[in-house]
Ligand binder design. Structure first.
Ligand code: PFF
Length: 485
């Protein structure tokens, strides 16, 4: 998938290489675990519709911008922000005709480690994955634990009420499984076997799609499931609240790996002849397709097995872990299907976790000039500390509830609802006022007709920054209790 060029930086082998890598990073727990529980909680069909509209307009605009910025500069986020803002300063000075100042700015732009305010924009993007990876690994640990239980054949135990709660509140169990998942991720990075994992995941990914289709059909044909299908697919305005939009936007960032520097980095590996616009569309369709399939797998089952009661729909992060075991218990060969399901989900989670860890480590290597070993060690430490807090938040640290949330929910809220809107806002402003929409368009035009250029420009300049700010301010006001949404 990755080839080495004459220079140090690798490149993707082409359109397919880029799509596979980006989809590998995009498709993960966000689609299978997070999307269904948010859709169940925030209105079903109306959440799905809001999500799709946001992905096609905002997601598309931000993905194109990030990828083009990465490809233009050949750098990861902090370096890309620095290089483009320096280039802009140089251009401004040249326009003013000050030859001396231009020379000075150019020298500064190329100087190793030179700093400027825009670098902070790059850092916001780079820090987000460092805060996501720890709690991502906690959920990865839950998946590993369930896989283990199905291997042992504990099909009916896993489906019992209260099983999940007693697992996550048992300090050693939940923490131990988190550490196992985190160690797997760090080992892959430390041993440099990401390519091997990616090759395996090329087989796993189609496997996941096929199994999700089978499971969705099974779930939708259970008695009582029809109400769930309707709830998930038919938008009902009476279920709409401002939180539907807030949650859908956060989910869109999370699921498409937007506003966390990853697409800038992936863009930097993209060849100039790869069609940015088509690639982005393919990733959005694929990623949303898996999310919808997961919704069809889980939400009808909530109705079939738990009567679709509001409590069952609103249970949040536990939804997949409570619902899927009930499905497996009800089917013949449930143990085998359960093993298959959790293996595939574990792989999807692992490829995403690896790409998160890679982004974190390469930021340290590129920006702080750390060795690979030091960068990986620090990433591992951050994961160990923050992940332990999230994991223990359901057990010994149960009483610690920042902003009234569990520690895991707090990190999820902090990154998805607060930091990502800020990072997305910064990207829009940077793209419009520093890089210039014209330059980004030129980059996209190198390999594509850019059919949606008009929409892209309007969305980037006017709608996205405004909307993202409104969302951000409303979630802050909500948390502070100033408004209720
Ligand atoms: N998009 C991934 C998911 O939906 O699970 C999460 C993620 C992975 C975000 C990798 C960012 C990233 F770099």
């Amino acid at each position: 998938m990755m080839e080495k060029t004459g220079s140090k930086r690798g490149v993707f082998s082409g359109h397919l290489g880029y799509i596979l890598a980006t989809a590998g990073s995009a498709v993960g727990l966000g689609n299978i675990w997070r999307f269904p529980y948010l859709a169940a909680k925030y209105g079903g069909g109306i959440f799905l519709l809001t999500y799709l509209v946001l992905a096609l307009f905002f997601g598309y605009t931000l993905m194109v911008s990030e990828t083009a910025i990465g490809r233009m500069t050949g750098k990861s986020p902090v370096g890309a922000f620095r290089a483009l803002s320096m280039a802009r300063r140089t251009a401004d000075l040249t326009a003013k005709g000050s030859a001396k100042a231009t020379a000075k700015a150019t020298a500064k732009a190329t100087a190793k480690g030179s700093k400027n305010g825009w670098q902070a924009g790059g850092w916001i993007n780079a820090i987000i994955p460092m805060l996501i990876l720890p709690y991502y690994s906690v959920i990865g640990g839950w998946v590993a634990k369930y896989l283990f239980e199905y291997i042992l054949g504990h099909v009916s135990e896993a489906a019992e009420d209260g099983y999940f709660t007693s697992f996550i509140s048992s300090p050693l169990g939940a923490w131990g499984w988190f550490m196992i998942f985190a160690l797997m991720t760090v080992l892959v990075i430390a041993l440099g076997v990401e390519n091997g994992v990616e090759r395996v995941s090329r087989i796993m990914m189609p496997g996941l799609v096929v199994l999700a289709v089978v499971m969705a059909v099974y779930s939708m044909t259970r008695p009582g499931a029809a109400a769930g299908i309707r709830y998930f697919l038919v938008p009902d305005l009476s279920h709409f609240s401002w939180m539907t939009v807030v949650a859908a936007l956060g989910q869109m960032f999370y699921s498409l790996s937007i506003a966390m520097g990853i697409l800038i980095t992936y863009g930097s590996y993209m060849k100039k002849d790869v069609n940015i616009e088509n690639s982005v569309h393919h990733v959005i369709f694929f990623d949303s397709g898996i999310a919808i399939l997961s919704g069809l797998m889980i939400i009808p089952a909530v109705f079939a097995f738990s009567g679709g009661k509001p409590d069952a729909l609103a249970q949040g992060p536990s939804l997949m872990f409570v619902t899927m075991p009930k499905i497996f218990e009800s089917m013949s060969g449930g143990r085998f299907v359960g093993i298959l399901f959790f293996v595939l989900v574990l792989f999807a989670a692992l490829t995403s976790a690896i790409s998160l860890a890679e982004t974190c480590a390469s930021t340290f290597e590129d920006e702080l000039k750390w060795s690979r070993k030091k960068a990986t060690t620090v990433v591992a430490l951050i994961v160990a500390v923050l992940g332990s807090l999230s994991s223990l938040g359901f057990g010994p640290l149960f009483g610690v509830t920042p902003l009234g949330m569990s520690i895991l929910d707090f990190f999820d809220f902090l990154t998805n609802s607060l930091m990502m809107p800020v990072a997305a806002f910064v990207i829009c402003i940077f793209a419009v006022y520093v890089v210039g929409v014209r330059k980004i368009s030129e980059e996209v035009h190198l390999s594509s007709r850019f059919r949606f250029e008009g929409m892209y420009r309007i969305c980037l300049k006017y709608i996205a920054p405004f909307f993202v700010m409104v969302i951000l301010l409303s979630s802050i006001a909500n948390v502070l209790g100033i408004i209720t949404i």
